[in-house]
Write a protein that binds this ligand. Structure first.
Ligand SMILES: [Zn+2]
Length: 209
């Protein structure tokens, strides 16, 4: 049993592990109950450096909201496991040296108290026994919420918004986000890290299509 499994089984003594879709109590090592419907998985292009777990739709949306709200619980672990498995299927995870996340906007972090993509990244790092680096990317200025912006405005909103403190020579970096809509955020993160690392891979739990 590795540390990650040990941690989960210890937590399950206090808070029984539950299926994030139907709330049924499941085994300590499980992520879903056996009856729950699967998400609509995103068909990744195997040659690409981008990995998405599922399509952002009526099935994945409520699950993702639940994982976001219940950040200490079983739903975040299930989301991390699903994205982890997508990274394995896409032949990406074994190439990665270090995992990080898109930094949260200050307003969003203040409201929620944590950065959801960072929790996702941390869990994926624990699952795969890889190094997690929370502050690889920093937000250089406050950006606007992306939701209501056009694709063009999103790119403009994020232009030059990220910085990185260090160089990561020879390392393959994986950057995690929760939802990818136009790709503006992840592309800007990639652009920022590309000059500082060997290769930059990006992954998001859900992709808007
Ligand atoms: Zn279930």
């Amino acid at each position: 049993m590795n540390l990650y499994d040990l941690k989960r089984s210890l937590i399950s003594f206090v808070y029984p592990n539950r299926c994030p879709f139907c709330d049924k109590v499941i085994t300590a090592g499980g992520f879903f109950c056996e009856n729950c419907a699967e998400l609509d998985y995103f068909k990744n292009d195997m040659s690409s450096k981008n990995t998405f777990c599922c399509v952002y739709n009526e099935k994945s949306k409520p699950f993702l909201s639940k994982a976001k709200e219940n950040a200490d619980g079983y739903a975040i672990s299930a989301a991390a496991k699903l994205l982890h498995d997508a990274l394995v299927r896409n032949n990406v995870l074994h190439k990665i040296d270090i995992i990080t996340a898109i930094p949260a906007r200050k307003a969003a972090k203040k409201q929620r108290g944590y950065n959801f993509p960072a929790l996702l990244a941390k869990e994926i790092a624990q699952l795969s026994e890889k190094k997690y680096s929370p502050k690889m990317l920093v937000l250089l200025r406050e950006t606007e919420e992306q939701k209501e912006l056009s694709a063009e405005a999103r790119a403009e909103n994020l232009k030059g918004a990220f910085g990185a403190r260090k160089l990561f020579p020879g390392l393959n970096v994986l950057v995690i986000d929760d939802v990818c809509a136009t790709g503006a955020t992840l592309n800007e993160a990639r652009r920022t890290l590309e000059e500082r690392a060997d290769a930059v891979f990006i992954a998001a739990f859900a992709k808007t299509i």
